[in-house]
Design a protein. Structure first.
Length: 92
């Protein structure tokens, strides 16, 4: 279990492990884990691209800072989530 502050738990709980999320540009990803950087202790989302990716490789596993993962971005004058939760994992 990842040791986290109450504020960090609030962020982490927005991304259940195994969830499918959609990037604002349309591609789907699967959340694999939340990890902590060993030096600066910041949180990262470990996720797998659910598509063939020329840059990183097919179905590549990558990381992104948790705060960046959850932030909103400006698209055509509107603020939208960078990633939108579209499928929560089945329980138990």
């Amino acid at each position: 279990m990842l040791k986290a502050s109450p504020e960090e738990h609030e962020l982490i709980n927005q991304l259940p492990i195994g969830s499918i999320v959609k990037h604002y540009k349309g591609k789907k990803m699967k959340v694999l884990a939340i990890a902590r950087h060993s030096e600066d202790h910041s949180l990262y989302v470990v996720y797998q691209k659910q598509y063939k990716c020329e840059l990183f490789g097919d179905h590549a596993i990558v990381i992104r800072p948790l705060k960046m993962f959850l932030e909103k971005v400006l698209v055509n004058g509107d603020l939208v989530p960078r990633f939108e939760l579209i499928n929560e994992p089945a329980c138990c």
